[in-house]
Every structure is written in C-alpha cells, then in structure tokens.
Design a protein around this ligand. Structure first.
Ligand code: CO
Length: 171
C-alpha cells in the first residue's frame, strides 16, 4: 500500500527514530508499504520516518545496468550502525521529502555497516558507490537530518528562497 510521504518542512522529519524491537508482521507491512511508496514516487531509497514512522528502518533499490529497478536488488536495512567509513565522494542527491531539488553532497566513499534484516537476522556488509551514498542519505533521515542541511550557507539560502517562492505559487 502506498503511504503519504512527509515533505520539508514537516517537523516530524527532524525526529530521531528508534530501534526496531519486534521483527513482526507489523514491521513487514511497513517495509512492504515503504517499497510500494518508493517505487510509486520513483525514488531509490526511503526511510521509515518519511512515511511518519519513527523506526530505524530503510529501503534502497538501485537501478540495474538496464536502468530497471529490479525488486531482487531491494535492500532492507533495520537498526543500522556504521562500523567504518573511508574516502570522500560527491554526488547530486535528491530526496522524496524535498521534491525537485537536486544538489551535490559530499559523503564517505565506502562504509561498513551492521544491520538486521526483516527477520531479525544480523548482517555486516561493506558498501561503496551509489549504494554507500544512498545508505548514508537514508541513515541521516533516521537521525532526523535532510541532505539540504549539508549544503553550503549560500546554497542553503538559495534553496530556502526558492522553496518559499514555490510554496507561495502553490497557494
Ligand atoms: Co531522502
């Protein structure tokens, strides 16, 4: 089922989520809905807080070499912890909670994380490339942070001006 995505400046997006304790049907339904919502909106990643649920859960589904979002490539990550990070990379990021805004953001190039899958089984994995970038973006959501907070002062001001202008034209 497709859920509503909260958009900036909804204060709930600033909430720090907490760990999942019960790996039950309720969690599975949330993850399934997060996937449906992400695909419906053409996103490659989504954190639970973006659909208003304060849980450390995120989904990422990158496109494959044929430019298709194959569900076999779906990654579900619960209660992630960063164990190691290295390198620097820059990528033009977007976010379903900040629609139609794309800006360069600096991230670690590689990260090693521990996490749980939907059945509560622990995993440790290393990611690089777009997967590492998307994971850092989604993990920021779990802490209540948005990628626009990482912009330079001037770019942030420009974003705020344009966002307000856009909000006005919607009224
Ligand atoms: Co986002």
């Amino acid at each position: 089922m497709i859920r509503e995505i909260l958009t900036y400046p909804n204060p709930k997006l600033r909430t720090a989520s907490h760990d999942v304790k019960n790996f039950d049907d309720r969690l599975h339904l949330l993850l399934d809905d997060m996937y449906d919502t992400m695909i419906d909106r053409g996103g490659i990643g989504l954190a639970a807080i973006q659909v208003g649920v304060e849980l450390n859960a995120l989904v990422i589904n990158l496109s494959n070499e044929n430019d298709e979002q194959d569900k076999n490539d779906l990654v579900e990550i619960i209660n992630p912890r960063v164990l190691q990070s290295e390198g620097v990379t820059t990528y033009q990021e977007g976010c379903l909670s900040v629609p139609n805004v794309y800006e360069d953001v600096e991230r670690f190039e590689k990260i090693k994380v521990s996490f749980f899958d939907r059945d509560g089984k622990p995993h440790t994995k290393e990611y690089e490339g777009l997967m590492a970038i998307a994971l850092q973006h989604e993990m920021d959501h779990l802490q209540g942070h948005l990628f626009i907070e990482k912009l330079s002062y001037l770019k942030r001001k420009k974003f705020e001006r344009e966002w307000k202008k856009r909000a006005k034209t919607k009224e």
